[in-house]
Design a protein around this ligand. Structure first.
Ligand code: NAI
Ligand code: COI
Ligand code: MG
Length: 367
């Protein structure tokens, strides 16, 4: 029987609550499909800052490097919020583990579930059948560029007043664009043959380079249609005509923002899973954050975490049947009317509004 070592990173906020449900589902599906999983739980984010002063302790990165896969929940929270750039932040731990493992591809599938067509604020006829894949570049761009905050001795205000200055740098190298573009075209080949490449080439030099490189890669994939779209227009098109999209490839920050927006096509950010792939151990995490506003109450939606486990089985363990089984179980639980608070509808039976743990149990029961 195959045994896989999974490094688990609960992190902060709702993290420990939802990861418990992901692990429960992984164990259940393993028992059904003849695989066992051992877990190596480590610190990241705010919890790691509290224990060690470092949002990504070296032991955590090492454990992730040597694991077969990493399952992460979320990091961050008001306890560690500060505008003082010299203080450690939980989010630095997340960025550092992505960089440390070389995870430059972030896949965020946006699929609507038929049962949730009323949970979205958008009309059912707009969102029914949406099935798109956001391919987000994950280790370059603004979140990793040179940044600085300093007091400007020379003065910069119109009135000559001295003041603070800050900058973040958005930079991309050709090879970074080329490899993410290739991932997108490969993905489109096994999906529906269309790539939307999102940029801001009317303004940004990084986007002009992006567009040029994406077009060069596209020439290797004549069977895939390529459409360039500016990011501001994309933000509108995603909620107006989401079914036009198949694969959406974009740089780090645009992908971050557009994916949170796209999650509402499914009814909730709590439904959006993700897989981060690249050179090292792959990492699976929900697209959302640590939801401090609902943390500790047992009401968070664990389905984004559970669907991230589905992606782990598909991409790291070659267990496509088990992955399909999780997707089926989730769809059946929703079809039966079970809802967490974030996806409940006006006509949801109050007896079917459940907490985090019960939602996990229901998915397991359907496996
Ligand atoms: N990957 C990660 O670890 C990420 C961490 N963060 C961090 O998380 C903290 C909170 O950030 P926010 O901007 O509030 O974003 P968030 O994604 O944590 O929450 C946004 C809204 O969605 C709701 N939500 C998120 N996940 C949910 C779930 N599973 N079930 C039900 N409702 C859910 C929250 O309650 C909140 O109202 C910050 O410290 C931020 O930096 C934010 C995004 C990603
Ligand atoms: C630290 C942030 C970049 C995390 C985030 O918002 C994300 O990856 O979606
Ligand atoms: Mg985000």
């Amino acid at each position: 029987m195959a045994n896989y070592n999974v490094c688990t990173l609960p992190g902060d906020g709702i993290g420990p609550e939802i990861i418990a449900e992901g692990i429960k589902v992984l164990d259940a599906v393993g028992a059904k499909y003849g695989a066992t999983f051992s877990y190596d739980e480590r610190l990241i984010g705010g919890a790691a800052i509290d224990a060690t002063g470092n949002p990504l302790p070296e032991e955590t990165l090492e454990a992730a490097r040597t694991a077969d896969a990493v399952l992460l929940a979320a990091v961050g929270g008001p306890k560690w919020d500060t505008t003082d750039s010299s203080k450690p932040r939980p989010e630095q731990g997340l960025l550092a583990i992505r960089k440390g493992l070389g995870l430059y591809t972030n896949l965020r599938p946006v699929r609507t579930f038929a049962a949730l067509s009323d949970a979205s604020s958008l009309k059912p006829e707009v969102i029914d059948g949406v099935d798109l894949m956001i391919v987000r570049e994950l280790t370059g761009g603004l979140y990793f560029g040179k940044r600085e905050r300093f007091f400007d001795e020379d003065g910069a205000g119109a009135d000559g007043a001295k003041g603070q200055r800050a900058y973040d740098t958005l930079e991309y190298r050709e090879y970074e664009i080329e490899r993410i573009a290739r991932q997108a075209f490969e993905m489109a080949k096994v999906r529906n043959g269309r790539v939307h490449s999102i940029d801001k080439a009317n303004v940004l030099d990084t986007s002009r380079l992006w567009r040029e490189v994406v077009h060069r890669v596209a020439a290797e994939y004549p069977e895939v249609e390529l459409i360039d779209m500016l990011v501001d227009n994309t933000a509108m098109q995603l909620i107006a005509y989401p079914r036009q999209f198949d694969v959406v490839v974009t740089e780090n920050m645009f992908g971050d923002i557009l994916s949170d927006e796209a999650s509402m096509l499914t009814g909730s950010l709590g439904m959006l899973a993700s897989a981060s792939l690249g050179d090292g151990t792959a990492l699976y995490e929900p697209s959302h954050g640590s939801a401090p506003d609902i943390a500790g109450r047992g009401i968070a939606n664990p389905l984004a975490q559970i669907l991230s486990v589905e992606m782990m089985l598909r991409y790291s363990f070659d267990m496509a049947d088990a992955a399909d089984d999780i997707a089926r179980a989730v769809a059946e639980v929703l079809d039966e009317g079970w809802r967490t608070g974030d996806i409940k509808q006006a006509d949801t039976d109050p007896n079917q509004v459940v907490g985090t743990e019960r939602m996990g149990d229901l998915v397991v029961a359907h496996l």
